[in-house]
Design a binder for this molecule. Structure first.
Ligand code: GLC
Length: 770
């Protein structure tokens, strides 16, 4: 035991643990408040009235760039000094900084404590490990951390972030593929968010192993570097978090359609055959995929000359049927002289290497490989340029896999260098940096067209570049429910465009499970059917005639909802609000939301409540939050704030529209690239409160929307005057719909009542007479 002291000016030593100790010197420098202790330095900066950053590093630690944050701090707020504390007021929050020892407490403007250090320990180091111990409030709940198994409420659980190729994962496995060190705390009717921006292996404990006395988070190295968000609602915290780390662009419209994938369609003939069958059977679809077998011996940016002899001809033919093609890329570059990317990478020293300069070698699909060092800009540019091999023949989407990075055996030696770092410091950001390279490169190659990028591994900020999917799930009912929870939890970390492999990747689903999972598909932001080699094929017609009919109907439902989905993505683009929303966003303080029976339920956009159900039951309990709800399939009306028993036959997943819902839909089309009949259906469900929905449309495939080339109008329902108001259209884009058909549900005896109006840019008022 070394010396322990609480006197000002001394660092505390207790065994190997270094506590941050007392504040010895405090000064404001530019837009930062700098606090020094004996062995550490804290910097406080304000990013907005509701966002405060705390950075504590050992003295003389070099500043770190963030992979996630895209904003700079604002001016420092006024500070008040007292004998043993300093307070900093941002207008919305008060940060109290106790000096003896250094501790931080965050209050809202009513003086309510939102979050604080544990008074005993605060921030500490053990060797290079850095940890902050935090006060745990009675009844405090925690949501977030993105792709994590377990319950919606993470209280009593702990987690590790270490991006892993989690093949064969179960509903208990941790860690999985992605890292989002951001959570939201909920207590006493209050909310706060905390983003620990540190890409090292990190740990979160929500009272699990502290006998409920405190929570803690930390990392194996780097700094204590967190952003505290003090807004009063989950929605506003998400808005602030995505302001800090960026928001998604508008996705290409075609990527919202049904996507058909398989490891692998083995030849161009097979890809075309599946696409043709989808058309023949009138199953709407937009996307075909090529998994690893399209390549020559798994060499990235090549095509197999025998089985995919003329990729352009295949892609042109797909295009003539209204399909786009997405191809997979993995980071592992096969070691083989004469292979362009290998030769270039060796020549330019683009691969991750040991400190002696030798390239790191590990095996993945192609056999022995090197791995691009995506932390370097020159490497990212080279990678981006290489996509010409795919974009030239017409590939439109780019699927980034195995980027944890995966290497057989998983355990990449710690001394392998990536950019200025070694592996343990930045492993969690490899997928992000690869996706960034893919996005920037393909965006350049495609000119004004939006690339579709998909990734398995990720770190906070990924929403700026890519959609994600939840990796190799299994064909079980448990995984169906887990998938819904993962999507909802990912939505709490700035992501909206999220998919799960419909049907389950590993193993063989029963026909019932296949049908059930497809009925959830329309309400999963990315609707992709995918399955593993050796497992039973998953195409919709392989499950019997009746099941095919049901699956078709579900996929048609997706296409009906595309106008709504696209407008909801506009909300993700502008505010960070996800498309699939755990009930904890709108109904944060209601207990049933966290009840394991109901925790998988979510709102799809603002107005549709979806209750995922396993395939083995035909009825289920559904928690309806306060308000009035209408079963989408039957129009039946239910009072909210209660649990109902809902019929759930395989052909009818329980989905409810909220009273006042305004949902734009279209008639079924077989592909988003086909012109429909020009009619936009506007469904409105009667309610007693005024409601609105921001309708949004653009060309669906260029960046012109960033220059006002869109069609946007506010749609309102006013129950008092019994009017539907279609606000004046804004932007230059001409809507694809000539006509608007209003369908009114629950307004009178005849449901739905209908009206047709010409899609005029001027404000349109429709008065409903009973
Ligand atoms: C990984 C991916 C999976 C893909 C397979 C072959 O397991 O997660 O989606 O099909 O590799 O590329």
């Amino acid at each position: 035991m070394k010396k322990a002291s609480t006197k000002a000016g001394f660092f505390c030593f207790t065994g190997m643990t270094e506590l941050t100790g007392n504040a010895t010197h405090i000064a404001a420098e530019e837009n930062k408040l700098i606090i020094e202790t004996y062995g550490a330095k804290a910097e406080i900066s304000i990013y907005g009235p509701e966002i405060i950053r705390i950075r504590i590093s050992k003295r003389n630690a070099a500043p770190r760039e963030s992979f996630a944050v895209i904003r700079e701090p604002a001016a420092l707020s006024p500070c008040h000094e007292e004998a043993d504390a300093i307070t900093l007021e941002t207008g919305a929050l008060t940060l109290r900084i106790d000096r003896f020892p250094l501790r931080f407490s965050f209050f809202n403007k009513n003086g309510q404590l939102l979050g604080a250090d544990d008074p005993r320990f605060g921030t500490t180091w053990q060797g290079d490990r850095v940890i902050t111990y935090r006060k745990l409030f009675p009844g405090e709940k925690f949501i977030g951390l993105g792709e994590k198994t377990g319950n919606l409420n993470r209280r009593g659980s702990n987690y590790v972030n270490w991006n892993t190729d989690a093949a064969l994962h179960t509903p208990e496995t941790d860690p999985l593929y992605k890292t989002f060190p951001f959570f939201i705390g909920i207590h006493d009717g209050l909310t706060y968010g905390l983003f620990f921006d540190n890409p090292h292996k990190s740990y979160f404990d929500f009272g699990a192993t502290t006998d409920d006395q405190m929570s803690w988070f930390g990392a194996d190295g780097g700094e204590m570097n967190y952003y505290f968000f003090g807004s009063a609602s989950v929605a506003k915290i998400l808005e602030d978090y995505t302001w800090l780390t960026g928001r998604m662009e508008m996705p290409p419209l075609w990527s919202l359609g049904y996507q058909q994938c398989r490891w692998s369609y083995m030849s161009a003939a097979e890809v075309l055959d599946v696409a043709r069958k989808l058309r023949e059977r009138q199953i709407p679809a937009d996307v075909m995929y090529c998994d690893i077998d399209y390549m020559d011996n798994y060499k990235i940016f090549t095509w197999n000359k025998d089985t995919f002899a003329d990729p352009k001809a295949m892609i042109d033919e797909l295009a003539s049927m209204g399909f786009k093609l997405v191809t997979i890329v993995d980071p592992g570059i096969k070691i083989e002289e004469g292979y362009l990317q290998y030769d270039e990478g060796i020549r330019e020293k683009f691969f991750a290497a040991y400190p002696n300069g030798e390239e790191y070698v590990a095996s993945v699909w192609p056999g022995r490989c090197h791995f691009p060092d995506f932390y370097r800009e020159d490497v990212r540019e080279w990678w981006g340029r290489s996509f010409a091999a795919l974009t030239d023949p017409g590939v439109a989407g780019f699927w980034n896999d195995m980027n944890e990075p995966a290497a057989w055996g998983q355990n990449i030696p710690w001394l392998v260098q990536f950019g200025k770092f070694t592996l343990p410091e930045v492993r969690n950001a490899y997928g992000l940096e690869m996706s960034k390279a893919t996005y920037l490169g393909t965006r350049k190659l495609l000119g004004n067209k939006r690339p579709f990028v998909l990734t398995r591994a990720a770190y906070s900020g990924i929403q700026r570049y890519s959609a994600v999917w939840t990796g190799d799930n299994a064909a079980t009912d448990e995984h169906l429910l887990l998938g819904a929870r993962l999507v909802n939890s990912l939505g709490l970390t700035g992501l909206s465009f999220i998919g799960v492999d419909i049907g389950g990747f590993m193993g063989d689903p029963t026909p019932g499970l296949m049908v059930r999972w497809n009925s959830l598909g329309p309400y999963i932001p990315m609707f992709r059917n995918h399955s593993a080699i050796m497992s039973k094929n998953r195409e919709p017609w392989l499950w019997g005639e009746e099941n095919e009919r049901i699956i078709r109907k579900d996929i048609e439902q997706r296409y009906r909802l595309i106008p709504y989905i696209y407008a909801c993505f506009y909300q993700s683009h502008t505010t960070g609000m996800p498309l699939a929303r755990t009930l904890a966003i709108d109904h944060t303080h209601l207990e049933p939301v966290y009840d394991p029976r109901f925790q998988n339920q979510f709102l799809f956009g603002p107005s549709l409540l979806v209750a995922p159900v396993v395939s083995t039951v035909e009825e289920t309990e559904v928690y309806l939050p306060p308000g009035t709800w209408y079963r989408l399939s039957t129009g039946e009306r239910f009072a909210g704030d209660q649990v109902i028993m809902a019929a759930a036959p395989l052909a009818d997943l329980p989905v409810f529209a909220k009273a006042g819902a305004i949902i734009p839909m279209q008639r079924v089309i077989q592909s988003t690239s086909f012109a429909g009949d020009g009619v936009l259906e506007l469904h409105v469900w009667h309610g007693h409160e005024p409601s609105e929905f921001l309708y949004y449309e653009d060309d669906g495939d260029s960046y012109n929307y960033l220059d006002s080339d869109y069609y946007r109008r506010l749609l309102k329902f006013d129950p008092e005057s019994n009017r539907i108001i279609l606000g004046q259209a804004k932007g230059r884009f001409a809507s694809r719909y000539r006509e608007i058909l209003l369908l009114l549900h629950g307004f009178g005896t005849h449901t739905p009542t209908t009206f047709t109006v010409k899609n005029d840019r001027q404000q349109i008022l429709v008065t409903i007479t009973k």
